[in-house]
Design a protein around this ligand. Structure first.
Ligand code: SAH
Length: 297
């Protein structure tokens, strides 16, 4: 591809977007509104057109720790960027304070973009913030994003459902508001009922969660994958098993943020690691050993 074909980030692209806005029926970002927008897991290519349009139109962007810096480069240069996550060991601002801030900014007549990692309604407290806006009478819009537990795993070559493996998938948070493992979850039912589990915020409790699952009937040999910094250039994948996951994480010093997937779908990565293939990994055929001759093209 010649350089002429490459669209520089943050320049022509948003202009093309404003030209195309009427044809795309992109809504006008009105003053005094709050848009709760998912930024996806990191790769800016996974931003939706609505998210890009919001970034170009906002007066103020209130963003979380998991929003990648590159995504912020798309913001309108006149927009004020306000960080609302944890920084420098200081405790993160209270959820109540963030909601109050959104209300205050909107009441000033600003276009307020509340930008969250992944999808705002998946373990992202987007619902809580939207409820506060309703109470304050502030108009709002929700822009869904690509969630780490689906799109992030896609970048590791792991589909969350696959016809030969599972017809259900469960998304779980490994962390309660206070930091403990969610013990009020029905772990026996989860262990028995859901063939694939996708865990958010679970790295620090992986040992406890693995033990709970194994003591409720899951096999210690069940495949597990952890994806760190999913969709970013710094993405790392650790493939392990339920019985050895916690020890392997400790041994290699695997760090958050990581999305964890437990289940036979992890085996598909041997065939579907498309990013690995770009770097020369040879993709295997029939990783589950379930395809007959006639299925293989
Ligand atoms: N709303 C977000 C989830 C927020 S909870 C979403 O829909 O994706 C925060 C957790 O999400 C992290 O602890 C991690 O488990 C996961 N996560 C978010 N972005 C990630 C990324 N790029 N790579 C790996 N895990 C990620």
């Amino acid at each position: 591809m010649s350089d002429d074909n490459i669209i520089p980030i943050g320049t022509q692209m948003p202009d093309m977007l404003s030209e195309a806005a009427p044809r795309l029926s992109l809504p006008v970002f009105e003053a005094g509104w709050v848009w709760l927008v998912g930024a996806g897991p990191g790769d800016p290519g996974l931003l939706t057109l609505h998210a890009l349009h919001a970034l170009r139109s906002a007066d103020v962007v209130v963003y979380d720790a998991l929003v990648d810096e590159t995504v912020l480069e798309f913001a309108n240069p006149r927009a004020r960027l306000e960080y609302s996550g944890k920084r420098g060991g200081k405790p993160s601002p209270k959820q109540r304070d963030i909601s109050a801030k959104l209300v205050e900014l909107a009441r000033k007549g600003l276009r307020v973009l509340r930008l969250k990692g992944g999808d705002p309604f998946v373990f992202g407290r987007g619902g809580e913030e939207a409820l506060a806006l309703v109470d304050a009478g502030i108009p709002f819009r929700i822009v869904p994003g690509v969630t780490a537990g689906i799109g992030g795993l896609g970048y590791a070559g792991i589909p969350v459902t696959h016809r030969d493996v599972n017809h259900a998938v469960t998304f779980i948070t490994g962390h309660m508001a206070g930091g403990a493992v969610p013990e009020n979850l029905d772990w026996p039912s989860i262990a028995k009922g859901s063939p694939v589990l996708v865990l958010y915020m679970a790295l620090s409790h992986l040992a406890t969660i693995s033990d709970l699952l194994i003591s409720n009937g899951r096999l210690a040999s069940e495949p597990v994958a952890l994806v760190r910094n999913a969709t970013l250039a710094s993405q790392e994948v650790l493939e392990t098993t339920l019985g050895t996951a916690a020890a392997d994480v400790a041994a290699v010093g695997f760090k958050a943020p990581a999305i964890i997937v437990i289940g036979e779908v992890v085996r598909l990565r041997q065939s579907l690691d498309w990013l690995g293939a770009l770097e020369g990994r040879i993709l295997k055929s029939d990783p589950l050993g379930t395809r007959s001759e006639k299925d293989v093209i």
